[in-house]
Design a protein around this ligand. Structure first.
Ligand SMILES: [Zn+2]
Length: 396
């Protein structure tokens, strides 16, 4: 793996290992849906080199795999360190260098996934010798998933095995970028696809057709209105923004400039505050379509239709009061208060499965998913210090 650190890396001796591991991890193009097996093989071999056995949980097509490995005593309990191996695409982004070659400049390490979230994975792997040297009385589990970025898909089959074939950790630290702050709640994500079916016609005779794009535009305007309505009704100051949000992310429709388009589909999502009722948005959109659009469309084309399909849900995360995971992360980080984030993670799924979870990891979400994504060396240092205190904790 090429490491282009451009001269002397500005990393302390403590994290030199981390930068090297991060360079290797970044070198694997693990964009979601692509295979992550090269990365998983590397991690499995690395752990095997430290005498640690890994369990792989392959995807149904065998192209990707999750990994679960335990340092210390076998069995339930102990602390899970959870990372997703996949990253978001680089296509269409204006990177100033190869996104899959780690570069260091001014105390920052650049590359796809450095912040979200190979930095945490590198820190966890770099800490393995330390964990081992402490002969931990409680296990530390390395938990790596795939396809997190497209709806936390890959972790689900692994979670089904936790507490059965796989040990059940007493607490799981999800190392998503939080600036090493302790995060005890995040929003829920519900993703939908709405498909408008109209009727084709020559563009000179639009009255003979049903313009699916024009109908989609009306539906999207209604979604914006519903979003503004929700925003005006909810207010939870722990979140930024302090309300549930509605957003359209992808739209596709039409075939040519001179054909009234028959189909248009758009993907949208609702990010709800924990405890809010996300189902009301698709219900309200359908009611709007039935009251205002469908009969008008069907007068021209009886088979015209509007259908909204629920695509995926990432549950909200809200740590239980007195969560041992939150207490542990506060102790290890020295922080006194917890925070929330608006992005989704696997933490809610772990919590649902009975594993108390908390989010705490290096890097800031502002740099995640962007061109020239980076993690600051200081953040990796803080994460290494956090994990060193964890090694004291499990070794005591
Ligand atoms: Zn992430």
């Amino acid at each position: 793996m090429t490491v282009d650190l451009r001269g002397k890396p500005a990393v302390s001796s403590e994290t030199a290992n981390v930068a090297e591991l991060l360079a290797t991890l970044v070198g694997f193009d693990t964009t979601s849906v692509k295979s992550n097996l090269a990365l998983i093989d590397f991690v499995r071999d690395y752990l095997a080199g430290h005498g640690i056995k890994s369990t792989l949980i392959p995807s149904s097509d065998g192209e990707r795999a999750s990994l679960f490995a335990t340092i210390g005593p076998a069995g339930d309990g102990g602390i899970g360190l959870s990372a997703h191996s996949d990253c978001v695409p680089v296509e269409g982004q204006n990177w100033s260098a190869d996104p899959f070659v780690l570069r260091e400049r001014d105390g920052k390490l650049y590359g796809r996934g450095t912040c979200d979230m190979k930095g945490f994975l590198a820190a966890a792997l770099a800490s393995v010798p330390l964990f081992k040297s402490r002969a931990p009385k409680r296990p530390v589990h390395i938990i790596i998933s795939y396809d997190e970025e497209i709806g936390c898909l890959g972790v689900r089959p692994m979670i089904e095995r936790i507490g059965r074939e796989l040990p059940k950790p007493a607490a799981i630290i999800v190392g998503e970028p939080s600036g090493m702050m302790v995060i005890d709640a995040h929003k829920r994500i519900d993703s939908y696809r709405t498909v408008v079916t109209g009727r084709e016609a020559h563009s000179s005779m639009p009255q003979l057709g049903v313009n699916a794009i024009a109908v989609a535009a009306e539906l999207i305007r209604e979604l914006d209105r519903l979003g503004a309505d929700i925003a005006s009704r909810s207010n939870d100051r722990r979140f930024d923004p302090p309300f549930s949000t509605v957003m359209v992310g992808v739209i596709r429709g039409g075939t040519a400039g001179n054909i009234v388009p028959k189909t248009c589909s758009f993907q949208w999502q609702v990010r709800s505050l924990p405890g809010a009722a996300p189902a009301e948005v698709p219900r309200d959109l359908t009611a709007y379509a039935e009251a205002n659009l469908l009969s008008r469309m069907q007068q021209v084309a009886p088979d015209a239709n509007i259908e909204t399909i629920a695509h995926n849900t990432v549950p909200a995360f809200l740590a239980e009061p007195n969560s041992p995971a939150v207490a542990l992360a506060l102790k290890l980080s020295g922080a006194e208060t917890t925070h929330t984030v608006s992005y989704g993670t696997e933490a809610g799924l772990f919590e649902q499965a009975g594993c108390p979870a908390v989010i705490c990891g290096p890097g800031h979400v502002a740099q995640a998913h962007t061109a020239d994504e980076f993690v600051a060396v200081a953040q990796l240092d803080a994460c290494m210090a956090f994990l060193a205190r964890l090694s004291d904790e499990v070794g005591a």
